[in-house]
Design a protein around this ligand. Structure first.
Ligand code: GLN
Length: 531
């Protein structure tokens, strides 16, 4: 069993998660069994209760864990599906340690960061790596953060426990170009490596995030100052077209080879054809469409990360170039819906709270009336149910009780089981549930399967009291949960492609395996544009 730890220096947003994920992809392309894991030094038990402004998207795993969005990168770049064990925050570690203390597991001793917290961290590494050849663990934050110190200390101890030859430290450093000086600077890389060495960790590989190519001279300089072999100084330049170039650009730097040699791994020659194929479809499109994403956190880069990626995957499936237009739903509420006019498809993503809801309902109405392909995800499905009830069924007051608790027509309502829950953390309907697809539905023809499983994260549901009336009015039920009979998919009859899903298909789409619903949505958008 081999362990790779990925740390980052100087600044966040270095693309550490993507680097780790791309390394995972490269090792898989050499026939190794890889799993990825994220450590986050913050004290929230999970990011489920954090605002997208704080944290970006919350990624949901099959087993219902609400995790850091880097797990999304991991699942998109590697083949495995991750679980609760692969996302660990300080909050989770301390929660476990304090629980043990109360239970009396440490009876008689003083409970301390070393060894109790560090032991808990190390046990998570061991557990995270069960059943694979290589575990890649990324540590969030930057070296030197107070919060991250217990994790780094645990990593330092871990290499002693399992043997230095079984551990590879990869450090991502910033190599900035300073305009005033007209040159690139290696000092931040030197400083953050020095910080790691202070803690007792010597990086084996230095990944240099940079806008421009680094010279041989700079490689030699960083090798000398950071105490890393010169061939283990890896350039990671900003990608030109797509993040899916990363496995190829890092392969050109022999990143995988360096790591494999360092760890003495038995690996096959690399086969990059999967990534070459993805890239060639991205770079040589046969079609192009413009997709509007109508949401609330439009200005944030990361709030709808998996949605944006999945739309691009839908493009890959159809060899189609995608232009994504981000539309703040609130701006539609004054009645000016002109931002929707040039779209070939409209997607309304998930969300919480009543801000911008009416704008989303207008977008759904526009899509339905103008026969523009529409994809509603979670809240986006609830929106299309409300819109249909209001404007086709004529229930003017139709709403979700999330937005109007005393509405006369609660076509979307809170689940009975949710009514008594007051605690906010990890209490939604979370994780993977089954859905039986209806004969003749868009969903059925997209998946070509009878029963599917998709991930959930919500409290409210389609209200089955309105099922018959809505069906009669032309709303097709595309799929239901076989156990609870909750409606999972709604579709509009007499429309080329208007589909709402209560689950989150975006968490299961990969560039190498575009999600069938995203592929079908983009296909419908192409058909609309080229008609
Ligand atoms: N706010 C809605 C609910 O809780 C939708 C949630 C979502 O879109 N993830 O049901």
């Amino acid at each position: 069993m081999k362990y790779i730890f990925v740390t980052g220096g100087v600044v966040s947003s270095l693309g550490k998660g993507l680097t780790a994920a791309a390394l995972g992809a490269l090792l898989e392309m050499r026939g190794l069994k890889v799993r990825m894991q994220k450590f986050d030094p913050y004290l929230n038990v999970d990011p489920g209760t954090m605002s997208p402004f704080q944290h970006g998207e919350v990624f949901v795993t099959d087993d219902g864990a609400e995790t850091d969005l880097d797990l999304g990168h991991y699942e998109r770049f590697t083949s495995g599906s991750l679980s609760r064990a692969n996302s660990v925050s300080s909050g989770k570690i301390y929660e476990a340690v304090l629980e043990k203390e109360r239970r009396g597991d440490y009876l008689g001793v003083t409970v301390q960061v070393i060894p109790h917290v560090t032991n808990e961290i190390k046990s998570r590494i061991v557990r995270g790596g069960e059943g694979v050849d290589v575990l890649i663990t990324e540590l969030g934050g930057t070296t030197g953060d107070i919060e991250g110190l217990p994790f780094l200390e645990a990593l330092r101890q871990f290499q002693l426990d399992v043997g230095r030859e079984n551990v590879c430290f990869v450090h991502c450093a910033l190599v900035p170009y300073i305009r005033a000086a007209g040159e690139m600077k290696t000092k931040p890389a030197q400083q953050s490596t020095a910080k790691l060495r202070e803690i007792g960790i010597q990086p084996d590989v230095l990944v240099c995030r940079t806008e421009r190519p680094i010279t041989q001279e700079m490689r030699e300089k960083m090798s000398l100052y950071c105490n890393v072999p010169v061939n283990a100084v890896i350039e990671c330049r900003d990608v030109e077209h797509s993040i899916y170039e990363l496995p190829l650009t890092l392969a050109a730097e022999h990143f995988d080879e360096v790591v494999i040699n360092r760890l003495g791994l038995q690996a096959k020659p690399r086969d990059l054809s999967v990534w070459e194929n993805i890239l060639s479809r991205l770079l040589h499109p046969e079609h192009s469409v413009k997709i509007g994403v109508v949401g609330k956190y439009i200005e944030l880069q990361d709030a709808y990360k998996s949605i944006y990626e999945s739309i691009i995957h839908g493009g890959i499936a159809n060899t189609c170039r995608i232009e994504i237009k981000r539309i703040d739903s609130e701006t539609l509420e004054n009645g000016d819906i002109s931002p929707l006019a040039d779209l070939d498809g409209i997607l309304v993503p998930g969300g919480f709270g009543d801000r911008g809801i009416e704008g989303k309902i207008l977008a759904a109405k526009y899509a339905r009336e103008n026969k523009i392909p529409y994809f509603g995800i979670c809240l986006g499905m609830q929106i299309s149910v409300i819109e249909y009830a209001r404007n086709v069924l004529g229930l003017k007051d139709a709403n979700s009780t999330e937005f109007k608790p005393d509405t006369e027509h609660p076509v979307v309502d809170i689940m009975e089981a949710q009514k008594s829950i007051i605690s906010k953390g990890a209490t939604m309907r979370l994780g993977s549930y089954a859905c039986v697809l209806a004969q003749g539905s868009h969903a059925k023809s997209a998946y070509s399967e009878d029963v599917i499983r998709e991930r959930h994260r919500h409290r409210f549901e389609f209200n089955n009291k309105y099922l018959d009336a809505l069906k009669e009015a032309g709303l097709r039920i595309g799929g239901v949960n076989p156990d609870s009979h909750l409606v999972e998919i709604v579709e509009v009859e007499n429309h080329p492609w208007m589909v709402g899903v209560q689950f989150h298909p975006e968490f299961k789409s990969k560039p190498s395996k575009p999600h069938p619903l995203f592929a079908a949505f983009i296909k419908a958008a192409i058909a609309k544009k080229e008609a």
